[in-house]
Each structure stands twice: as C-alpha cells, then as structure tokens.
Design a protein around this ligand. Structure first.
Ligand SMILES: Nc1ncnc2c1ncn2[C@@H]1O[C@H](COP(=O)(O)OP(=O)(O)OP(=O)(O)O)[C@@H](O)[C@H]1O
Length: 270
C-alpha cells in the first residue's frame, strides 16, 4: 500500500509515494527554492546608484528572484546512495543545501529522519590551522567526544593519505585535492543519518576515488542515505545505486544509474 504526502497549504504539488516495505530517510515533497538577490544590477550600495534611484524616483533597490529548484519530489530510503547530476546551474548544490536544512523552502517541504550532514567543497575547516588541528576540531564539531576523536585520529590521517609531514602544516598549504581528502576522511569518521557530499571527491585521484567508494559503501551500511553531487559521471556510476537528474531546477529523471546516466549522456553529449 502506498501513502501519499501532499502540501495542502500551497495547492497541487507533484505527489510523492512511499514504499511501505522500505525505511524512508528523506522525503522531498514538492520542493521549491527561491534565492532573493537584492540590489541586482548595481542598485544598492554606492552613492551614484542611490542618486540615480532618486532621479528615477525608484523607491528601493530592485530585488531579483532566482527560482533554483522547481517542485522536486522524491523519497530516499535507508541504504540509498543517490547521485545528483545535471548541467551547471541546474540546482544540484541548492537541493543538497535544502536537504541539509540550510535553505528555507519557498514551497513544499523536506522531511529527514535524523540529522543531515553536508560535506561540501567549502566545508568549514580552518585554513590557518594544521590538518591535525582540523581533524580534532572537525570531529568535535560533528559531535564526537574527545575520546572518540582520539580513537579515530590515526584512521583519519591514514585515510586522507596526505604527503608525509603535511598533516602538521597549515591547511592553506594544501592543494585542493589534499583538502578534499582530509575533509572526506574527517566526515567519514562518523556515521551519518543523511550524508550529503558536494563535489568533495572531484579532486581526488583514481586511487582515492576507489577508497572513497569503499568508504561510502561502508557508510551506507550504517548510515541512512548518502547523496553525492559530482560532475564526474564515473564517480556517480561507481558509487551510487540510484541517480537523480536535475534540469533547470526540475526533476528530469530518477532511476538506476545505467538508465539515467545513459539518457543524460545522450541528451548532453557529456
Ligand atoms: N546564493 C545564491 N544567490 C542567488 N542565486 C544563486 C545562489 N546560489 C545559486 N544560485 C542560482 O541558483 C541556480 C542553481 O544553482 P546551483 O549552484 O544549485 O546549481 P548546480 O547544479 O549545483 O551548479 P554547478 O554544477 O555549476 O555547481 C543557478 O541559477 C544559480 O545561479
């Protein structure tokens, strides 16, 4: 039997159906995300444009809206590793941020069972501090106890596999690949209810990608669901059991990697 969820407050939305035999971890129901950009077109913040507004009798700087996600609905179940693909600006990062609870829906809703953790290219590590210090801070920030942090420390260093000695250098001396490895290694040290990975694996070399895949498989066993945004389709193909294709903020396809990646490659020539 299937249940349906509907956003009654906002009129008709695409329905999501729940598979009662599986454990839903994330329900995205008719989600719309709109960014509001104030002062677009140089309206705000300098004296000349303020004067122009007075001359033109414009009340206040123009506000522009960017409708980045347009009515996306799906359910992620326990054990799912979902790749999110789409061309630049199609809404992939926005969708992940919304699932992480960092952006308020303009319409619709996101329900998650447990705490989502977003591991992005800009994950908040302190560039001026050493890798070693960042491991400790990162683990504590993820809610691990000092003891758990100590226990996991060596495993994280080993997994990140940086050049010898670099763990004691400030992170601003790291290449982007090295930074991404360390971020991933820190995030992977804990079990996450919902782990959202935005391009963090993009800069890794082939060996690191293989090890990341093994790690994600391991996380999937304990975690609820893993989402992965990557432009590199090989990473998605190797890591995910399901792929969502976003096109201009809309869901174009949701299915198994072979079918969706095949259709995407055909449509975009990538
Ligand atoms: N902070 C922001 N303010 C205003 N508009 C934004 C903001 N972030 C993203 N956008 C817009 O929202 C749309 C979706 O952007 P998003 O970054 O989610 O796409 P993406 O698929 O992750 O792109 P890419 O592959 O280039 O990383 C784009 O039109 C983008 O210009």
């Amino acid at each position: 039997m299937a249940n349906s969820l509907k956003d009654k407050a906002t009129g008709p939305q695409p329905e999501v159906t729940l598979d009662d035999d599986r454990d839903p971890i994330v329900v995205v129901d008719g989600l719309h995300i709109v960014y509001r950009v104030y002062g677009g077109g140089g309206g705000k913040g300098n004296a000349a444009s303020a004067l122009m507004r007075v001359v033109k009798r414009e009340g206040r700087p123009q506000m522009k809206e960017v409708h980045a996600v347009k009515g996306v609905s799906f359910v992620a179940y326990r054990g799912d590793a979902i790749g999110v693909i789409g061309t630049n600006g199609s809404g992939k990062s926005t969708l992940l941020k919304a699932i992480a609870g960092l952006l308020p829906p303009a319409r619709g809703a996101v329900y998650t069972a447990g705490q989502p953790s977003l591991l992005g290219v800009n994950a908040a590590l302190m560039k001026d501090l050493t890798g070693s210090r960042n491991i400790i801070l990162g683990c504590l920030a993820m809610g691990m106890t000092p003891e758990e942090t100590r226990e996991k420390y060596d495993e994280i260093v080993k997994f990140a596999d940086l050049k010898p000695g670099f763990i004691d250098y400030p992170m601003n001396t790291y290449s982007s690949g090295m930074g991404a490895r360390l971020r991933f290694a820190i995030a992977a040290a804990r079990t996450h209810d919902v782990l959202l990975i935005d391009e963090a694996l993009a800069t890794g070399d082939a060996k690191f990608k293989r090890r990341s895949k093994a790690k994600i498989d391991e996380l999937r066993k304990d975690a609820g669901a893993v989402f992965l945004v990557a432009h590199n389709l090989d990473v998605i193909e190797e890591t995910c059991n399901r792929v969502i294709w976003l096109d201009d903020g809309r869901m174009r396809m949701d299915g198994d990697p072979d079918t969706v990646l095949g259709a995407y490659t055909e449509a975009t020539g990538k």
